[in-house]
Design a protein around this ligand. Sequence first.
Ligand code: MN
Length: 409
Amino acid sequence: MTKLRWGGATDVGLVRRNNQDQFLTTEALFAVADGMGGHAAGEVASGVAIAALQEAFEHDDHHTPDGLIAAMRHANATVFERSMNSSELRGMGTTLTAAALVDAGGEERIAIANVGDSRTYVFAHNELTQLTENHSIPEELVRLGELDPTEVDTHPQRHILTRAVGMQPEIEVDMWEVLPMVGDRIVLCSDGLVREVSDDQIASVLRRLKEPTEAAQELVARARSGGGSDNITVVIVDVVDDDGLAAKASAEVSPTADSHPPPETEIEPEPAPATFPQKPPASPKRRRFTLRVALFVVLFLGVLAGAAGAIVYFARGTYFVIYGPAGTADPSPFATSASRPILIYQGRPGGLLWFDPTLAERTTHISDEVCPIHTDELAHGHIVSSRSAGEKFVANLVAEAQQTCATKP
Ligand code: MN
């Protein structure tokens, strides 16, 4: 049985008035959530998400990777429902990153799930690696090759998330599985840590402080002394016993075991930086890092494909109804020089990334046939799920105007 030891710390920071971050540490499930929304809504979002995640994950005694994904989706649906049922909470959302000890087909794994820009790192062999991707606009642009990585920290939209828990009825969850190897540390944190403390500084604290609670508290303290511009939350989970998995993995990939040549020998580990204790090239530890890198790469590629699909879907999967420019309405008995045609576009108003909306249909109706109360919305675009939903929406607007507000004769 894999044995874990863990610790967590959170702090409001020096600038914010309340702490909208929350964290969870249980025997098998660990999570960090960074809530957003006006007044108390951010705290509600992160609290509801964490509670729903735990409830769903623990509902089934048999903890599995799929169970973690289902629990993330349950957390999303629960926050979304709460926000829909209260005008004060409408629009609230939260990041959610979670790590869980699971049974993947009879083998123990640590499953890691993420939505938003909180992070999960793996600290192994003195090296800190960010496992999760941040779902923010500039980081999506970097992944698409549209923005230089050095420009992320100053990008005007760096705090705008492209994915968050509770904003939509359904959510796509990024997932990874890592082998629990003795000595490895999993670090979950909100962006309040990484705004103030560099990855190198985080790694140096992790090398120095072995006790997880102490290390988490030290990292929070560093973020405070670095400026504390946001709420700060850190959870550290250490693998203290892996039931001989690390030793077994090393033996399996040992180059001397010539009866079973390792399939992953083609992926060589990066040369160790000079500051690390140098190990002989066939060192068991270096070899098992190779295995893990191969596993990351496979899972990572799957996630990238999913993310690209989600962006295309988000950019092109919707339609919107909008007024065209004045004076471009087709000749009609009602038209004046101020009349605007009612158009249906595929895409998002204003476009998203490089996806510009395209005209799907020029309806036979014009702005004069719609109650003035809708002018503002239709000037900016009303989003609908399909072209036929757009047609229905326009028909309803015209029908409404004929019954309840005066239109031109
Ligand atoms: Mn934050």
